[in-house]
Design a protein around this ligand. Structure first.
Ligand SMILES: [Zn+2]
Length: 116
């Protein structure tokens, strides 16, 4: 991949990292504030349900953040945009749609259809 294109992808990745980081921070803040209020017993069940929902969302975001960071590492190593399965360059369109993609569409399709 050309250097300037890599830079562009890097910016996209960094932006996504920031957005995710912010939303994780926000949900953590929400959790802390939730703990700060003294809920009476009647509200407790609702608060707990909210909390586990928040946790599930932030866990999802955390995993996405990890794959974004991994993509940035691959970029540093010069392996970004190369299919891990066949070693061919992953089309730019696919990377723009999914910057953390590690395999090309052909290999992805093969993975999803075992026995082909
Ligand atoms: Zn491939």
């Amino acid at each position: 991949m050309k250097k300037e294109k890599t830079q562009h992808m890097k910016r996209i990745l960094m932006e996504r990292v920031l957005v995710l980081q912010e939303s994780i921070d926000r949900s953590l803040q929400g959790l802390r504030q939730g703990n700060g209020v003294s809920p009476d017993l009647y509200d407790l069940a609702v608060t707990e349900a909210d909390t586990s929902m928040e946790l599930a969302i932030s866990e999802q975001n955390r995993l996405r953040l990890i794959s974004l960071r991994e993509a940035l590492v691959r970029m540093e190593n010069g392996r970004f945009g190369i299919c891990e399965s066949c070693g061919e360059p992953i089309p730019r369109k696919r990377l723009l749609a999914n910057p953390v993609a590690q395999v090309c569409v052909v290999c992805k399709a093969r993975e999803e259809k075992p026995g082909c």
